[in-house]
Design a binder for this molecule. Structure first.
Ligand SMILES: [Zn+2]
Length: 460
């Protein structure tokens, strides 16, 4: 019987997830056998040798070796799965066969393959070549900062820095991490109208919501770079291992644990917000290592997160709560006492706090509105009534209408893809992470103090 009930509950959760989940990026439930999936793309191959040093060394062979060493290093971790766009130089392997055209693998086919494999990141492996033979060092390209798939930029930026940092430990000079925007703004746009990334491997991966990088390891036509870093297998292994370390450093949090078992960095639209909130110590997951992104937020958990963000010293609030359902030893006791004492949240008429009850989206924004208005004393007046343009704005409860208008004006909430606000939907934990991250970034949690202008004249 218990099993039956939990099955029904699971089914209901699934149904509500289908009904409610709507996001900037289509999220598909992923069978996360591996928390981290990386597609490595050894540049060039087949009839395309890439750049060379004029003495027989060229990218086609070198890039593949670096990629294979990188894969071997990454897959020492059982949580990581690596796919390559090619595992041969003549493109006779199965994947190459399926991707190649006219004797080589088209650039867009490489990026799209990363989407097909649901990769957390796509990394194209290259060596550089300069018009003069003086240029040397490593550089990494990552996705530009535009609204289409913002996660690609967010993940790409951190990941590229982490990899370049590891390459630097080998003694390669670090030229930097860079983005590059298309030079054809008339034609090269993402589906939302954003300008595209310049490089096809990056924009084709991004089109499938995968953050893509290009690593230019060293200059193949610079003698000192070639001799120091590219001239034998051990040196290429060092490069592949450094890439792998950079990747793992980024995707593992500093306590050497994956973000959450059910949140995939780079793959889930909310991973940026969840990582942000976790890295700041504002949120933690369940004891089983999951975050439960589509679970609804419970009232006491919202208050705990808010207290964490406001950096309240909760040791002053450990007294016995006036709410009969808030027990003194609970993890939320002090946070509830703080929030209640500051009029940020009230209990129910019947005297209970409502531990375990879900918050709706309109309740969530009302708490934040009261927090900003009454607790922080911020001006919440707004003339921007964009919220009212949403088709379901009128379904907002009267008590929450001002708050909803304010929240949309402040950019805390942008609504679902189908132009609805869902005021009475339960607030999902992933949405809470996004709303609270936005609130903090807009200085609505800890306002920035601007000292007043001195009202006395300065001495002449
Ligand atoms: Zn290349």
């Amino acid at each position: 019987m218990k099993k039956k009930i939990s099955l029904i509950i699971a089914l209901l959760i699934c149904l509500s997830a289908i009904f409610v989940v709507s996001s900037p990026v289509s999220v598909k439930a992923y069978d996360a056998q591996y928390p981290l999936i990386i597609v490595l793309d050894p540049g060039h191959g087949g009839v395309d040798p890439g750049a060379g040093n004029g003495k027989g060394g060229n990218e086609r062979e070198i890039n593949l070796k670096i990629a294979l060493y990188c894969k071997a290093e990454l897959e020492k971790d059982p949580n990581v799965k690596v796919y390559l766009t090619r595992t041969t130089n003549d493109l006779s392997d199965k994947v190459s066969q399926s991707l190649k055209k006219d004797g080589k693998i088209p650039l867009s086919a490489r990026g799209n393959y990363a989407g097909k494999m649901h990769a957390n990141a796509f990394i194209s492996i290259h060596c550089n070549s300069g018009t003069s033979s003086n240029a040397r060092g490593a550089e990494v390209y990552y996705p530009i900062n535009v609204t289409w798939c913002p996660n690609a930029n967010y993940v790409g930026k951190g990941l590229s820095a982490s990899i370049l940092n590891q390459l630097g430990t080998l003694g390669i000079s670090k030229r930097g991490t860079f983005t590059r925007t298309t030079t054809k703004p008339q034609t090269e746009r993402y589906p939302d109208g954003s300008l595209m990334d310049y490089y096809t491997v990056i924009n084709s991966a991004r089109s499938c919501h995968v953050p893509g990088l290009i690593i230019e390891h060293a200059f193949i036509n610079n003698n000192s770079d070639y001799n120091a870093f590219l001239s034998n297998d051990q040196k290429l292994k060092n490069l592949g291992v450094a890439d792998a370390k950079g990747i793992l450093d980024y995707f593992k949090t500093n306590n050497n644990k994956w973000l959450f078992n059910d949140v995939c960095l780079g793959r889930d639209w909310y991973s940026e917000c969840v990582q942000y909130m976790k890295s700041k110590g504002y949120i933690s997951g369940y004891a089983n290592g999951c975050f439960g992104p589509t679970n609804s937020i419970q009232r006491q958990d919202f208050v705990v997160i808010l207290a964490n963000m406001k950096r309240i010293d909760l040791s002053h609030y450990n007294y016995k709560s006036k709410f009969p359902d808030v027990s003194q030893g609970s993890y939320y006791n002090a946070a509830v006492n703080w929030a209640y004492s500051e009029h940020i949240i009230n209990g129910y008429n019947g005297g209970k706090f409502g531990v375990g009850d879900s918050l709706t989206r309109e309740q969530m924004v009302t708490i934040l509105y009261n927090y900003a208005k009454d607790y922080l004393g911020l001006d919440v007046a707004t003339e921007n009534t964009t919220a009212m343009n949403f088709s379901d704005f009128e379904t907002t409860s009267d008590f929450a209408k001002d708050a909803m208008v304010w929240a949309v004006d402040k950019g805390l909430l942008s609504g679902y893809a189908n132009a609805t606000l869902g005021p009475r939907y339960k607030a999902q934990r992933c949405h809470v992470a996004k709303v609270l991250m936005n609130a903090e970034l807009k200085n609505l949690i800890n306002p920035v103090f601007v000292p007043p202008e001195p009202d006395h004249g300065e001495p002449e």
